[in-house]
Write a new protein. Structure first.
Ligand SMILES: [Zn+2]
Length: 145
């Protein structure tokens, strides 16, 4: 017999500098606004915002507020529990294309049974109270129609 695996609790606290683009995004969150940036070349809007367009490499400086409603483009239902899991399965994670945005936002879909989640489902943001400067201030996206 050989020991190939053992449990070892590990904790690492660290701070990440937000930078000006993320700072503005998180400040918008505190106002319940979803702020993106538009590429001056291809005109795509990114949320969360990017300092530079991943396609064109152009600086994205134009700020754009996008809708808090959008469409599920793809999703998965998590049914299997795992160590360190914060939510109780089953729950749905989805790529949500917010109206006015060209990049999907990864978030939870809730407020409905996971069997109701599908591609094309219209959803809207449900905010937590109080709001903190994190995307987790959106509890989840729930069906809007
Ligand atoms: Zn671009």
């Amino acid at each position: 017999m050989s020991i190939t695996r053992f449990k070892q609790p590990v904790r690492l606290d660290y701070q990440v500098p937000a930078g000006p683009t993320t700072d503005r995004f998180l400040t918008g969150i505190l106002e319940k606004k979803l702020l993106g940036r538009r590429c001056p070349a291809c005109r795509k809007v990114y949320v969360p915002p990017r300092g530079a367009c991943p396609t064109c490499a152009e600086l994205c400086e134009e700020e754009v507020e996008v809708a808090q409603e959008g469409e599920v483009t793809t999703f998965c239902v998590v049914n299997i529990p795992f160590e360190g899991q914060l939510l109780t399965p089953p729950y749905a994670c989805a790529h949500i294309m917010l109206d006015g945005c060209d990049s999907p936002l990864l978030h939870l879909v809730g407020g409905c049974d996971v069997s109701e989640v599908r591609m094309g489902l219209r959803v809207r943001a449900v905010w937590k109270d109080p709001i903190e400067p994190t995307l987790a201030s959106i509890r989840w996206f729930e069906p809007s129609r």
